[in-house]
Design a protein around this ligand. Structure first.
Ligand code: GUN
Length: 298
């Protein structure tokens, strides 16, 4: 039985972060400019708190100026918009990220669209979505998760995906749709599947590249996979297991990793695959934003 290559997202993310740290030091040395990242978290969703803590830690390790604004669950929309406005006008800040999901009383679209497109390191502003969709990525911010996935796909298959079939499972604005734009730009043939897709496993079995981003633990099985396919698992699902009579919680992806490894060519694990790359791409976008603000790129 063959075993797929384990794509080490953590090692790749560390390598990329080391290069970002070097470039950050050079930017400070040569231009007196330190990239600044502001992360806004509203409410006390435990998973979001972990993600935000990791982002802040990584930003500081890269040598960035990093601030976190922690707002109470019941903060009004007006107050959130005021904070975003002040960050939009703060010269020390080059990247603004409002952690999702938001508490129910807040309007996600109004808030994400309030971030200045030039500081939208999440790539959620319509200006950045439009630029990405039009293939105008020279000065666009690409959403971090699909950008990280793309680098891992490129490592396996090279920059040109002509003739390759890519199947994306999930049509979210954060992953599925921007992933399709990025893969299309590299000449892949794209299918986006979702909860209304008929015979999902048959569609996936045609894919040379599978990107799973649905949020259903271990959904993708070996018999869905074309031999040799590159499988990118974006899912982060917390599942409870019983070990020695105790209930333990562990993270698992949308892909049944051990099963799929018997057929695929390369697979990302969870944890240690897409997650670390997502955080590092946020640093990449923030450094890029600082450089763009100084006219050093674009
Ligand atoms: N919540 C889950 N993923 C993301 C992300 O990429 N950006 C933000 N802002 N919130 C998230």
């Amino acid at each position: 039985m063959t075993t797929a290559k384990r794509i080490d997202g953590k090692a790749k993310a560390d390598q990329l972060a080391a290069s970002i740290t070097e470039q950050t030091a050079a930017l400070l040395r040569e231009h007196g400019l330190r990239p600044g990242l502001a992360v806004v978290i509203i409410g006390d969703d435990p998973a979001s708190q972990v993600y935000v803590r990791n982002k802040k830690r990584r930003a500081e390790a890269c040598g960035f100026f990093s601030v976190q604004h922690t707002l109470a669950e019941d903060t009004s929309q007006t107050d959130v918009l005021k904070l975003i406005d002040s960050l939009n006008n703060d010269e020390a800040i080059h990247g603004i990220l409002v952690q999702l999901p938001l508490p129910e009383h807040l309007d996600e679209q109004t808030i994400t669209q309030a971030v200045a497109p030039t500081k939208d390191v999440d790539g959620f502003h319509f200006v950045n979505i439009g630029k990405l969709t039009a293939g105008h990525t020279a000065d666009a911010f690409v959403p971090c998760t699909p950008a990280g996935c793309m680098l891992m796909i490129e490592d396996e298959l090279g920059p040109d995906l002509s003739g390759k079939n890519a199947v994306i499972i999930g049509r979210s604005n954060i992953v599925g749709k921007p992933m399709a734009s990025l893969l299309l730009q590299r000449n892949a043939t794209i299918t986006i599947t979702h909860s209304r897709t008929a015979d999902l496993s048959a569609v996936v079995s045609n894919a040379d590249i599978v990107v799973a981003a649905v949020g259903r633990a271990n959904m993708v099985k070996a018999d869905w996979i074309k031999p040799g396919a590159v499988v990118i698992d974006v899912g982060i699902n917390r599942v409870e297991t019983r070990i020695d009579g105790e209930t333990r919680s562990r993270l698992t992806g949308d892909v049944d990793y051990d099963d799929v490894c018997s057929v695929a060519g390369a697979v990302t694990p969870v944890p240690g695959g897409v997650g670390p790359m997502t955080i590092t791409m946020l640093m990449f976008n923030t450094l890029r934003s600082a450089r763009l603000s100084a006219g050093l790129e674009g």
